[in-house]
Design a protein around this ligand. Sequence first.
Ligand SMILES: [Zn+2]
Length: 261
Amino acid sequence: MILRTLMTFIVCLTGLITLGADPETNPFANARFVDLAYPLNATNQYWPGDDYSGFELKTIATLEKDGVLSKAISLPEHLGTHIDAPNHFEPNQQDVSQLTPKQLFGPGVVIDISVRAEMDADTMLTVEDIRNWEKQHGKIPDGAIVLLNTGWGRFWKNTVRYQNRDARGQLHFPSFSAEAASFLVEKRKIRGIGVDNLSIDRGISTDFAVHHIINKAEKFGLENVAHLDKLPAKGFQVLVAPMKIENGTGGPTRIWAMLAK
Ligand SMILES: [Zn+2]
């Protein structure tokens, strides 16, 4: 059957993708992929900074009129699922186009603080949390991309809940602590960190210490990472593919987790 010899891409439910193919022609034939990026559209969440604006997609040529369908996009670099390049918070660091494939590929781990975050939106990942994770799962591997599941992914489509502002307008959402970020870059050999909400610093942060620590160590941060609840704590690879914007401080990013079937 000719169909049997064709490489078949079968898309399953809710972002889970299975690749079916001959293992001899496709080394990833026995991998299962989880898509960790949200599709870009006008409802995407982004940092509520003064000059930031939402995603726009405009049609600039149509099949009917021009014989070709073509569109133009407009967005801040730091919108939706995206990367913070090392130059985002520190001088003399790589821009997003300078990040190498090696930096953007590594074993993934997920640390879950979602139960605590449900009680306390200002909670943060501590060094003790990391040590407890390691007691259960072993040491964080060299080159790891450390992903923090705060449970915020379930609010992705609800801006009010996602930003979680109090009466004074102050944002409240959980993230990494400065101590945990320092531990990861000093005591472990990570490539980067990621979180399922707006920032690798908590909503109430004023000094953005985690951004500074991560960027100073020449590492990247990933924000608004999707579907972290669909991943195991370890045992998968992460592939990060940001848009290659010269001099950019970040940009929209495809992220995949590759798991053994
Ligand atoms: Zn960012």
